[in-house]
Ligand binder design. Structure first.
Ligand SMILES: NC(=O)c1ccc[n+]([C@@H]2O[C@H](COP(=O)([O-])OP(=O)(O)OC[C@H]3O[C@@H](n4cnc5c(N)ncnc54)[C@H](OP(=O)(O)O)[C@@H]3O)[C@@H](O)[C@H]2O)c1
Length: 314
């Protein structure tokens, strides 16, 4: 059902997997307006193409979308982009930091600039997406940075809600592609195959963000998927969809850290870092029900339906 109340959203990190998804969702299912903030012209074009090539969106729908190129740490640019907006969704974040892209800049600095930029605007609420396990005193530098960012948001004048989610699986995203390659491939190695995963469907995350924003939920909440299983079990469950029977051999995580450490030492932009590995290795086990109740969500997409959607139907 299309909502009658027109709301104007400010979405930062709008060209990411979840940003694109929420834009299409809002244009398709509401009459709301969107200011999508990205940090490059190429990202701006990605969004314009995303909506103009979508057969389910009309030219009128596309007129409700404005794309703004800005620096996420520039208070004045964020303030200008937010004029007339009611809600903000902050989706800026990185899993891998490099010498040129630090966790501090992407997480803490962007949140500090956002609360300053929104302070005297019409924006009444911010929804931020973080990672399960994030807290300022986390040993992992990515999780600590996300925890610091959450704490910074809480000091702002604009009420803010952080949803901490584990692995998100959506159609066409990187994580689903990697899982599909595992599932459809031959026997393979896996670091600490008994680490716990609790994937959540990207569509459910978008619904949760919309619910947090419309109820103006305040504070930080964990929201995991409907099922918690080991990484090996997840791979095998996905492989079942392809009637594939690969054998996944578990390797000690210490070996992964050794490899990541060496890559970090010799490469400016290594494919994997120790902090990234630590996030992926985190044991995700949260009870989603309390947050679902707060958000008014009755159910989450089951793991089997999620895997079918992102690995087979897509
Ligand atoms: N997807 C998941 O599994 C997952 C799980 C837990 C939490 N989250 C959180 O959810 C949020 C959105 O996730 P997503 O999957 O949509 O992420 P995504 O596809 O990786 O998009 C991330 C966004 O952040 C921007 N960005 C990347 N590096 C940056 C930097 N150094 N400085 C400033 N901006 C930078 C990207 O812009 P460019 O394209 O210009 O680089 C993009 O707009 C993130 O904060 C993430 O931490 C995601």
């Amino acid at each position: 059902m299309i909502s009658k109340v027109v709301v104007k959203w400010l979405i930062t990190g709008a060209n990411g997997n979840l940003g694109k998804r929420i834009i299409v969702h809002l244009l398709q299912s509401t009459r709301d307006e969107i200011v999508a903030v990205v940090r490059s012209e190429s990202a701006s074009q990605t969004i314009q193409q995303l909506t103009s090539s979508n057969a389910n969106l009309s030219a009128g729908d596309n007129q409700r979308l404005t794309v703004v190129v800005a620096d996420y740490t520039n208070v004045e640019q964020l303030q200008a982009a937010a004029q007339g907006c009611d809600r903000a969704v902050h989706l800026v974040g990185i899993l891998k930091a490099t010498a040129y892209a630090t966790y501090e800049a992407a997480h803490e600095d962007s949140c500090a600039a956002l609360i300053k930029g929104l302070a005297d605007t019409s924006v009444e609420h911010i929804t931020y997406l973080s990672i399960v396990g994030s807290k300022p005193d986390a040993a992992n530098t990515c999780l600590a940075s996300k925890g610091n960012a959450e704490a910074i948001l809480a000091t702002g004048n604009t009420p803010a809600c952080t949803l901490r989610v584990p692995m998100v699986l959506g159609e066409g995203d990187y994580a689903s592609g990697a899982l599909r390659r595992r599932a459809a491939g031959k026997n393979g190695f896996v670091f600490r195959g008994d680490s716990l995963e609790q994937p959540i469907y990207a569509g459910d995350v978008v619904n949760a963000i919309c619910a947090a924003a419309s109820t103006k939920l305040n504070g930080g909440y964990d929201l995991g998927g409907p099922e918690c299983l080991t990484r090996k079990q997840l791979y095998q469950r996905a492989a079942d969809l392809f009637s594939n029977k690969p054998v996944f051999v578990s390797l000690p995580i210490s070996l992964g850290y050794l490899v990541a450490g060496l890559l970090e030492k010799f490469l400016a932009n290594p494919p994997i870092t120790s902090a990234m590995l630590g996030v992926l290795d985190h044991d995700d086990r949260v009870d989603p029900q309390p947050t679902m109740t707060l958000l008014g969500m009755d159910e989450l997409t089951s793991l089997d339906a999620m895997l079918q959607a992102v690995l087979v139907s897509d």
